[in-house]
Design a protein around this ligand. Structure first.
Ligand code: FMN
Length: 354
């Protein structure tokens, strides 16, 4: 039996299959962070996945890091997302919202009143931000004062509450790709000398506090976390990532989360072998999977479900294509972040292709 198409429990939910759509920023929201009709169509088209994880959504205006990304901080943003969840549910799907606070990976041009981005420490990442007037060099962020951190944690609570009110089936903390949570986790971006920096037990504190309030609001069975050890994206470096992620995952056990989502991109360490035995919920793997490698991971019980990014982006009917062994559309990187339906809602299904 093909394991990809067997149901699986993930926290409070039973997924109808083990194919999960990866969180993918698509930059189709308006300047107020409100999603529109095309986004409703985009997610509904992909509702055959066992679980959809939304694109990264900012929990507060200070968490925005890219032009035209959506938020979950205002009534207008929340009401617009409700249309998405209703459409997905009508088509029999499940959808979690990914909460993404970009921290230092942002720019004053994207933030309220031209504020400086915030981060654990005032260390500038290499590279450029995508702003309304094009790409601009990152700036040196402002280091958060200890007493400011609780309010950012509370933003995750409010965002979780709003996501549930908008009909989401759960929330995922984005703790990968060099955004705020990973900036706290990693020794290269966190030089703090308070309770949130220094020893690994301190560097994991922010992530655990954010998850705690998310669990308070949603229940552990509706909360997941994404990590990507050694991805080193957005200038992230950690001097001892095996130790950092072991310490983090050991402490996740007490939260009884729905899942741990680990996306690996050429890491030298076998993090799946290191982390899976430490975790007590569903284990989701991602990063460069195809049908064969995903099926093998499930058969060998190395994962409970498999996360696909580019393949789901370009193939709204990915489960059906896998079932029938049909070829896949290739994703078009030129339209990943461009406005409009091209490269968003117009990838053909098998039916459309005849
Ligand atoms: C266009 C695009 C946007 C992405 N945006 C996000 C994001 O918002 N949050 C996130 O956690 N990962 C993001 N990713 C990474 C994916 O979630 C996934 O980890 C990655 O694509 C690897 O899976 P794949 O090899 O199956 O594509 C993005 C990837 C792509 C292609």
């Amino acid at each position: 039996m093909n394991q990809l198409f067997t149901p699986v429990r993930v926290g409070s939910h039973i997924l109808k299959n083990r194919l999960v759509m990866a969180p993918m920023t698509r930059s189709r929201a308006d300047d107020e962070g409100v999603v529109g009709e095309l986004t409703v169509t985009y997610y509904a088209q992909r509702a055959d996945a066992g679980l959809l994880i939304s694109e990264g959504v900012f929990p507060s205006a200070m968490g925005k890091g890219y032009v035209r990304t959506p938020g979950i901080a205002t009534d207008a943003q929340t009401n617009a997302w409700r249309r998405v969840t209703e459409a997905v549910h009508t088509r029999g799907g499940l959808i979690f919202m990914q909460l993404m606070h970009c921290g230092r990976v942002s720019h004053p041009a994207l933030l309220p009143e031209g504020a400086l981005p915030v981060a654990p420490s005032a260390i500038k990442p290499e590279g450029q931000a995508w702003t309304p007037s094009g790409q601009q060099d990152f700036v040196t962020p402002r280091a958060l004062r200890t007493e400011e951190i609780a309010a950012i944690v509370e933003d995750y609570r409010a965002a979780t509450r709003r996501a549930l009110a908008a009909g989401f089936d759960g929330v995922e903390l984005h703790a990968a790709s060099g955004y705020l949570p990973e900036q706290f986790l990693s020794s290269g971006s966190n030089r703090r000398q308070d309770a949130y920096g220094g020893a690994v037990e301190n560097r994991v504190r922010f992530v655990l506090e954010a998850l705690r309030v998310m669990v308070d609001e949603a229940g552990g069975g509706r909360v997941g976390i994404k990590i990507s050890p050694e991805m080193n994206y957005n200038s992230i470096v950690d001097s001892a990532p095996q130790e950092t992620y072991s310490c983090l995952v050991d402490q996740l056990r007490g939260l009884d989360l729905a899942y741990l989502h680990v996306a690996l991109f050429g890491a030298k360490t076998d993090y799946h072998a290191l982390l899976r035995p430490r975790f007590n919920g569903a284990y989701l793997i991602g990063g460069g999977l195809d049908q064969a490698t995903a099926a093998a991971a499930l058969t060998e019980k190395r994962a409970d479900a498999c996360v696909f990014g580019g393949a789901f982006l370009a193939n709204p009917d990915l489960p059906e294509r896998f079932r029938q062994g049909k070829p896949l559309n290739a994703p078009d990187a030129a339209t990943f972040f461009t406005p409009g339906e091209k490269g968003y809602t117009d990838y053909p299904t098998l039916d459309a292709a005849g």
